[in-house]
Design a protein around this ligand. Structure first.
Ligand SMILES: Nc1ncnc2c1ncn2[C@@H]1O[C@H](COP(=O)(O)OP(=O)(O)OP(=O)(O)O)[C@@H](O)[C@H]1O
Ligand SMILES: [Mg+2]
Length: 382
């Protein structure tokens, strides 16, 4: 069992300057929790406070029902894996794996069994006699993870453990980690910059900005129902497209003009979206957000019956990326580049014009001042 609770946890490195502010989170047993956010937002600091490597300035840290603020790191029952996997260079892989057990005076025979079991799980049995210098990046990473697993901790804390690996190895290790999480049945708290890691590994994602938690949600929920402009822009790659826009009424319909009131480019809202827009931002400037996959060309828009909801959005393609299973078209508007994800059959070339259609049931509207998503549905999936 390993439940970790943070109650109003703060970190103040300098007086009045919070690296982490009022961090609240209930991490359930066996969760794979991901911390994401821009550089300097407090991810590592939070993890280090949980591990006991950094003092908690204010608030409470509970691990399995015990208040742990003042526990020594070694007494918290957690294992940490760092970005720069700390292996002992003079020891073999076997020695590195065995080390934590040796200093805990575990009997030799048991150490031997546990080392082999972990090595087997991570497929590094054939490397046990090698020194770290003779290992590849991915192999070193496995040893580092192995030396964390072998202690049978209550939970693992991992700070960007894959960031030193190349893209292919990263993808491989990502799948290994997912398997490992299933197999070990322990709680993992994992810091990453990587969108794919966050979306695929996490049971829940914590998005942070300037030391403050913005939203905690299951990956798909976060993707579909972001609480604010920041979360909407941070989750997803290529990111959500944002347009300055204005909400008004036209022939009894709720309309969102791109660029400003009465502009030629516009979309019509329906149902829930129309109601919320009417309620919250009627006759106001807003930010309109739409993901690349929620924009279509005419044929597909017609198939979906949404071709009448967008008018006048005709753009010149400034770049085209063919990825095989999909094609990305880019266009410039409002001094920004926007992305559209289409079926690979679409053969619009760079420099050509194309008309786009938004799936207006999938767009988001953000209050220009508060940056809140006015379509956000609280507790939508609970
Ligand atoms: N020992 C320290 N003394 C003073 N300020 C610190 C210290 N460690 C971190 N900070 C500051 O606290 C803030 C949060 O840092 P932290 O390392 O937690 O960010 P992060 O989210 O892990 O960023 P990255 O993605 O770059 O690793 C930053 O502004 C950082 O400069
Ligand atoms: Mg960090």
């Amino acid at each position: 069992m390993s439940e970790i609770t943070l109650r109003n946890v703060c970190k103040e490195f300098e007086k009045g300057h919070f690296a982490v502010k009022d961090f609240n989170l209930d991490i359930r047993d066996r969760e794979f929790i991901i911390f994401v956010g821009p550089s300097g937002c407090g991810k590592s600091t939070t993890l280090r406070m949980i591990a006991g490597l950094e003092d908690i300035s204010d608030g409470e840290l509970w691990i399995d029902g015990e208040l742990c603020n003042y526990y020594e790191p070694k007494d918290r029952g957690l294992s940490m894996v760092f970005q720069n996997y700390a292996l002992y260079p003079n020891m073999t892989v076997y020695g590195n794996l065995a080390y934590a057990l040796k200093i805990r005076k575990v009997p030799k025979k048991e150490i031997d069994e546990r080392v082999h079991k972990v090595a087997k799980t991570l497929e590094i049995e054939h490397l046990l006699d090698r020194k770290p210098a003779a290992l590849s990046g991915g192999q070193k990473q496995r040893v580092a993870i192995g030396s964390a697993i072998i202690r049978k901790p209550k939970a693992f804390l991992m700070d960007e453990p894959l960031s030193n690996l190349d893209a292919k190895l990263r993808a491989q290790m990502r799948i290994e980690l997912a398997k490992l999480h299933k197999e070990l049945e322990t709680t993992i708290i994992y810091v990453t910059h990587d969108q794919t890691e966050a979306m695929t590994l996490g049971t829940r994602i914590v998005v942070m900005k300037d030391g403050v938690v913005q939203q905690v949600e299951a990956p798909i929920e976060l993707y579909d129902n972001p609480v604010n402009l920041f979360v909407a822009g941070f989750i997803g790659s290529p990111s959500m497209n944002f347009f300055d826009a204005y909400v008004g009424e036209e022939n009894g319909k709720v309309v969102v003009w791109l660029g400003g009131k009465n502009q030629e480019k516009k979309i019509y809202l329906k149902g829930y979206q129309a109601e919320m827009a009417k309620l919250k931002v009627m006759n106001k400037p807003v930010v309109l957000g739409v993901r690349p996959e929620d924009i279509y060309e005419y044929e597909e828009a017609k198939e979906r019956g949404i071709e009448k909801d967008t008018q006048g959005v005709e753009e010149i393609v400034t770049a085209r990326e063919m990825l095989g299973a999909e094609v990305f078209l880019y266009f410039d508007a409002q001094c920004k580049t926007h992305a559209v994800r289409l079926r690979p059959e679409n053969n619009t070339c760079t420099g050509e014009k194309i008309r786009f259609y938004f799936d207006t049931e999938r767009v988001h509207i953000f209050d220009k001042e508060t940056e809140e998503n006015i379509f956000y549905r609280e507790g939508a999936q609970k």
